[in-house]
Design a protein around this ligand. Structure first.
Ligand code: SF4
Length: 305
C-alpha cells in the first residue's frame, strides 16, 4: 500500500489540520510495531466475513474497500489479506443462532458497494426473523458524502429501523456537505451515532473533542464511542495513554452535557473484548457509606441503602 489516493471531496478538505494527519499515509509506517489482528477477529470468524464475538450480535465484514485508508485502522490486515464475504454462509449462521439479534454491517466501508449489492445484503439480513437491529458502520459522511443520494436513500428507507455508526475524529471533518447528507439520513428515519478514535496530536484534547461532540449533537448525531487507538500495526504514533484519555473524559464531563458525551472504550488484546472506562468517582467506601468525588473535584459523602 503506497500513498493514499484521495477522492475529490477529500482533496478539497485535506489541507485542514485535523484531516491531513489522519490520511497522509507513509509506507514506512507499516514497518512499525503492532499486532496484525489486534482484536483477534480471525479467531471469532464463524463464516466467511462473519465475526461473532458477543452473544447477541455479529459483524459482517462485507468488503475490504474504503473511501480512504486511515493510518490508524485496526483492520489493516484486511487491506491485503481479505478472505472475502459469503452471504449464504453468513445468513445460515445467523439463522442457526437465535441469540443473535443485531447485525453490524462493516468492512472496509459497506457503502463502497453498489446500491444493488447493498440492497441484496440488507434484504437478506432483514428477512432473518431473529434480527431486530441493523447497523451500518461507515466513514461515508467524512470521506465521500456525495455517495448519499436520493437513489441510496430510497433503498435505505425500505429497511428501517436502521442505524448508522459513522467514523469521525475531528471537527474539521464537519463540512456543509457532511451536514446536508447527515440531515438526509436523519429525515429518512435513520438514527446516526458517531465513533471517534482518540488520536495523538489530532484530537487528544478536550477542546477539540468538545467542539466535535457538541457540533454532532447540534446536527442530530449522538456521540456514541470514543475509542482508544488499537494496538494494530503502525498505530504506535497515534496511541494516547489511558491516563490521558481519562483526564480528557473528566474534563469533558465538567464542560458538556451527557447527551454530548460518548463513552470511552478500548479493545483488550487477543480478542479480550471491549472495556468501557470512566474516571473513578468513588474515593472511599466503608459498608454502605461512600465518599464520592463530584465533577468539580469536591469530596462528598453519600449513604447508600
Ligand atoms: S475507514 Fe475504517 S475500515 Fe477503512 S481504513 Fe479507515 S478505519 Fe479502517
Amino acid at each position: 500500500m503506497g500513498n493514499v489516493k484521495l477522492n475529490g471531496y477529500l482533496t478539497s478538505i485535506i489541507h485542514k489540520e485535523g484531516v491531513k494527519k489522519q490520511f497522509k499515509f507513509e509506507a514506512k509506517l507499516l514497518k512499525q510495531n503492532g499486532t496484525k489482528d489486534p482484536l483477534n477477529e480471525k479467531r471469532f470468524t464463524k463464516a466467511k466475513g462473519l465475526i461473532h464475538r458477543y452473544p447477541d450480535r455479529v459483524v459482517l465484514t462485507i468488503t475490504n474497500q474504503c473511501f480512504v485508508y486511515c493510518n490508524f485502522c485496526f483492520r489493516k490486515h484486511n487491506w491485503e489479506e481479505f478472505e472475502g464475504f459469503d452471504l449464504n454462509e453468513a445468513e445460515n449462521y445467523i439463522r442457526n443462532h437465535p441469540s443473535i439479534r443485531e447485525v453490524l454491517i462493516s468492512g472496509g466501508d459497506p457503502l463502497t458497494l453498489s446500491n444493488r449489492e447493498l440492497e441484496n445484503i440488507l434484504k437478506r439480513i432483514k428477512d432473518i426473523p431473529n434480527i431486530k437491529i441493523i447497523r451500518i458502520g461507515s466513514r461515508v459522511l467524512t470521506a465521500f458524502p456525495q455517495r448519499i443520494d436520493e437513489k441510496l436513500i430510497n433503498i435505505l428507507r425500505k429497511y428501517l429501523p436502521l442505524w448508522f455508526a459513522i467514523h469521525i475524529n475531528h471537527p474539521d471533518e464537519i463540512t456543509e456537505l457532511f451536514k446536508t447528507k447527515a440531515r438526509m439520513l436523519i429525515e429518512t428515519g435513520i438514527t446516526i451515532v458517531s465513533q471517534t478514535v482518540l488520536l495523538k496530536e489530532i484530537n487528544d484534547n478536550s477542546h477539540t473533542l468538545e467542539e466535535l461532540f457538541c457540533k454532532l449533537v447540534e446536527i442530530g448525531i449522538k456521540p456514541y464511542y470514543l475509542f482508544g487507538c488499537d494496538q494494530a500495526e503502525a498505530n504506535e504514533d497515534y496511541r494516547v495513554s489511558i491516563d490521558k484519555a481519562l483526564r480528557i473524559m473528566e474534563d469533558l464531563r465538567f464542560r458538556i452535557s451527557g447527551l454530548c458525551m460518548p463513552v470511552f472504550a478500548f479493545d483488550l488484546p487477543e480478542g479480550g473484548g471491549k472495556v468501557v472506562l470512566e474516571p473513578d468517582r468513588i474515593i472511599k467506601r466503608v459498608k454502605n457509606r461512600y465518599i464520592f468525588r463530584n465533577f468539580e473535584g469536591r469530596k462528598i459523602p453519600y449513604e447508600d441503602v
